[in-house]
Design a protein around this ligand. Structure first.
Ligand code: F6P
Length: 561
């Protein structure tokens, strides 16, 4: 066990508790702005294309200084440097954490166990670019010689959410003549709906799995292969050896794999030449700028993909080099800690005002909650402080007509990020483009209403009957960060994702947890495997608890009813 003081006993932590009690017992954003109107300009950071406004937070200069002192005391920058150096900071898996190497320039040198990994990264990017180019140009055809028109990514978690989110985000940059689908759920309906209207002869499956053992992915990939072979006819399910070799050839033209596990990929029947590699130092939820992004690269093309990597890299460099006062991921991480640990906020909303970011929050859920949903510290001791919040949200105005009520007038403190763009990127008609101002007016109005609310006196002044005044009063003081960028380009998407990656890193470092393992997903996987025979064959499962046994029995009787 390390002999550093436990987090909550550190003087910097205690100072923040005192500060909260003394200066923020009844925080008021109206008062904070009245005392310091310049905070509207001072509490803004510019990182690349991102303008990050944190003026509507329940903080003052002293809060920010105390938070930075906590970061210094917990050596966030020390762990950051160790990450960038390729040290094995994922302690429970004994792995380096080097997603930053995936977007490093060709001439960078980043070593893992004495080996410079950058040439390998670029060799895979080049192989992806070559393949993506061939699919996009039509040089890569299906088994029957037809052009590939459909690309179906089969993966789950980090092997799905990243490419699916980024494809959605960058649709305006995509090859519109190609259809992209993303299948993740082991519910057969997911694959069914993704392929039911596709021609197998025109369909490329990308099987994305770091481990190539994930049951959902392997099950879906196996079913997709059957669908392909049955649909292609000659290489189908016939048992003749000629047909089987036809089947293998068909698989070679219609299946590629993205994985770290060449042996399993070959075992599945995918030609190793059709495998795009990545490495154990890339965490699943940090992987969409590795080979896992192949579907995205086919969609937007290698040049746009590289622009996205450059966007990531620019924020990596900012996080690596900017001083604490102007380091945006550090700041966002610390603001989150302020609310989670000192206001006991349980959740954090991410509310993009862009339809193209419709999957962004779902993506961040894995990034944040799988990383920081931990209850023991890096030494294995139970933490005595709150860790990662629940992350949730959906695109802007839709949420306003659903759950914003609770953020405005409920009893909980829910810090939120509002993300918007000055220009729409899509090829919209002039009339649709004009809607953009209305969209953004909503975003700014929400930030304003959440921060400053509406007092009872203001409500009364509108002539509202007294009995309705409490219902129409808005308490305000709901903190938001407003992130504004010119438009949603590949580079800006890379910048945004890297910003959140390093924010999550910062929080994990302060909380002294391992943000890079995910043991919490294992138990469910093991139990599902154990229970499945009971569902399919009615097999006896030793040691099944009475509640689950009753559910299994009810399921079996309904299934056959
Ligand atoms: O859900 C656990 C997890 O290991 C994630 O971390 C990962 O992104 C996902 O499963 C998929 O894993 P794989 O890419 O190995 O199929």
């Amino acid at each position: 066990m390390s002999d550093t003081p436990r987090l909550t006993r550190r003087p910097e932590w205690v100072a923040l508790e005192d500060h909260r009690a003394e200066a923020f017992q009844q925080p008021s954003l109206r008062e904070l702005f009245a005392a310091d109107p310049a905070r509207a300009e001072r509490y803004v950071l510019r990182v690349g294309d991102l303008r990050i406004d944190y003026s509507k937070h329940l903080v003052n200069d002293e809060t920010l200084a105390l938070l930075r002192e906590l970061a210094a005391a917990t050596d966030v920058f020390g762990l950051r440097d160790a990450m960038f150096r390729g040290e094995r900071i994922n302690v429970t898996e004994d792995r380096a954490v080097l997603h930053t190497a995936l977007r490093a320039p060709r001439d960078a040198v980043i070593e893992v166990d004495g080996e410079n990994v950058v040439p390998k990264v670029h060799a895979v990017l080049d192989k992806m670019a070559d393949f993506a180019g061939r699919v996009r140009s039509g040089a890569w055809t299906g088994h029957t010689g037809k052009l590939i028109r459909n690309v179906v990514n089969i993966g789950i978690g980090g092997s799905d959410l990243g490419p699916a989110m980024a494809y959605e985000a960058l649709r305006p940059f995509s090859a519109r003549e190609l259809t992209f689908r993303f299948v993740s759920n082991v519910d057969g309906s997911d694959l069914h709906e993704a392929i039911r209207d596709l021609d197998p002869a025109e369909t490329l499956f990308i099987v994305a799995s770091k481990t190539f053992t994930t049951i959902e992915t392997i099950t879906n990939a196996t079913s997709a292969r059957s669908w392909l072979l049955a649909g292609l006819g000659d290489g189908g399910t016939s048992r003749s050896s000629e047909a089987e070799s036809g089947g293998e050839k068909a698989v070679a033209k219609h299946f590629v794999a993205l994985s770290t596990n060449a042996e399993k990929v070959t075992g599945f029947g995918i030609d190793p030449d059709n495998m795009f590699e990545f490495w154990d130092w890339v965490g699943g939820r940090y992987s969409f700028d590795s080979a896992i992004g192949l579907s995205l690269m086919i969609a937007i093309g290698p040049d746009r993909f590289r622009e996205m990597l450059d966007g990531f890299h620019s924020v990596d460099e900012h996080f690596r080099t900017a001083p604490a006062e102007s380091n945006a991921p550090l700041l966002l991480g610390l603001l989150g800690i302020w609310y989670v640990n000192f206001f006991h906020a349980e959740s954090h909303a991410v509310l993009p005002y862009s339809h193209y970011l419709s999957k962004f929050t779902a993506y961040l859920q894995q990034l944040d909650m799988e990383s920081n949903g931990k209850s023991v510290d890096r030494d294995g001791n139970v933490v005595g402080w709150e860790t990662g919040p629940v992350v949730w949200g959906t695109p802007g105005t839709n949420g306003q007509h659903a759950y914003y009520q609770l953020i405005h007038q409920g009893t909980r403190l829910i810090p939120a990020d509002l993300i918007g763009f000055a220009r729409p990127v899509a090829e919209l008609s002039d009339e649709l483009k004009a809607q953009h101002d209305l969209l953004m007016a909503n975003m700014f109005a929400q930030g304003q209403a959440l921060a400053f609310g509406k007092t009872a006196d203001e409500v009364r002044a509108e002539g509202v009957p007294e009995e309705q005044v409490p219902h129409r009063t808005f308490q305000g003081n709901h903190p938001t960060t407003t992130i504004l960028a010119p438009e949603l380009t590949p580079s800006v998407l890379g910048q945004l994702v890297a910003l959140y990656e390093h924010k999550v890193f910062t929080q994990g470092a302060v909380w002294n947890i391992d943000s890079f393992d995910q043991w919490g997903v294992e138990l469910g996987k093991v139990l599902a495997k154990r229970v499945e025979p009971a569902l399919t064959d009615g097999a006896e499962v030793p040691g099944l608890d009475p509640s689950t046994a009753a559910l299994v029995a009810a399921y079996r009787s309904l299934k056959t009813a």
